[in-house]
Design a protein around this ligand. Structure first.
Ligand code: NAP
Length: 294
């Protein structure tokens, strides 16, 4: 009896010590993004959450955000539970006040922003481009294209810039302090899905935004890149994978053997932010199990 109680206590103590050790190991991790600050929209679920989790595991402080407070709280709790540095706030990317609040939270808490990752997107089913009314067009273009551009503008004064020099130093070595912006487009930007009409157009526009901003921000040392996922199993893409016929059609068309998972997008984004990617800007990485371009 005495021996059983002793063993139980011993086991309990052992588990507690193990948890404490795991927590501090995660918090102390000197990863490739150690002490950088990453601000991520649409990041309490799906691809955005996985994207937030990865830089945090790589050592960054992450600020997650989305429209609903309870989702923000749940995501922050989950990340902090892993011993990661995370905070969050409500931010509907279509609301300027929310975007300002998100940016000021980062600047007040940390004093600077290293990475801005714009994940939030919308797809009110329109079925066809010409069938979509003005309201649908406005919603899609506002959330998917205008909002990320506006957010870059708001965040820019707080982003770590390398400073524009009077004379260009073409022999300059890569600077590990360089900031990065990452947008989330879609494989339909290259290979439109007929039923997604204006959504395809908005995601192609994001490729244009990526390339244009990469030129505009290059003198400040800020790289701008983009991720184009294929069918990734999340709530958002349910219209594709919940209907067996629609999914099968997509799979046959692209010779796909399976769907993708949010974690398969996350490493790419962390990589796009990391110094390993220091000479790459204006680029889009497709994560879709097939290649839609040359
Ligand atoms: P998801 O699993 O449904 O998650 C969406 C996230 O964004 C949630 O955290 C949601 O939280 C938040 N959100 C939604 N509308 C928002 C808004 N207006 N402002 C701020 N946050 C908002 O979606 P997902 O599949 O990860 O999609 C994320 C992005 O990936 C989108 O841009 C989408 O176009 C793109 N994408 C997805 C796929 C795919 O197959 N899943 C493929 C290609 C591209 P709240 O509800 O709390 O706001």
């Amino acid at each position: 009896m005495y021996r059983a109680v002793w063993t139980q206590r011993h086991l309990f103590l052992h588990v507690v010590l193990l948890l404490v050790r795991m927590r501090s190991a995660a918090a102390d991790r000197r990863g490739v993004l150690a002490d950088k600050v990453a601000l991520i929209t649409g990041s309490t679920d799906g691809i955005g959450f996985a994207i937030a989790q990865r830089p945090a595991r790589d050592g960054a402080h992450v600020i997650v955000s989305s429209r609903k407070q309870q989702n923000v709280d749940r995501a922050v709790e989950k990340l902090q539970g892993e011993g990661l540095r995370a905070s969050g706030t409500v931010c509907h990317v279509g609301k300027e006040e929310d975007c300002k609040k998100l940016v000021s939270m980062a600047s007040e808490k940390y004093g600077f922003i290293n990475f801005l990752i714009c994940v939030a997107g919308v797809n009110p089913l329109a079925w066809s481009t010409l069938g979509a009314n003005e309201e649908i067009w406005d919603k899609i273009m506002n959330i998917n294209v205008k909002a990320p551009a506006q957010l870059v503008k708001l965040a820019l004064p707080h982003m770590v810039t390398l400073g524009e020099k009077e004379e260009q130093d073409i022999w300059a070595k890569p600077d590990p302090r360089a900031s990065a912006v990452v947008f989330v487009s879609s494989v339909v930007a290259y290979d439109p899905e007929i039923s997604l009409g204006p959504y395809n157009v908005s995601k192609t526009a994001l490729l244009g935004l990526t390339r244009t901003l990469s030129l505009e921000l290059a003198p400040k040392g800020i790289r701008v890149n983009c991720l184009a996922p294929g069918v990734i199993k999340t709530e958002f893409s349910g219209v594709l994978w919940k209907d067996k016929d629609v999914l099968q059609n997509f799979m046959n068309r692209h010779k796909l053997t399976r769907v993708g998972y949010p974690e398969e997008c996350a490493g790419v984004v962390s990589f796009l932010c990391s110094p390993d990617f220091s000479f790459i800007t204006g680029e889009t990485i497709v994560v879709s199990g097939f290649s839609p371009r040359l």
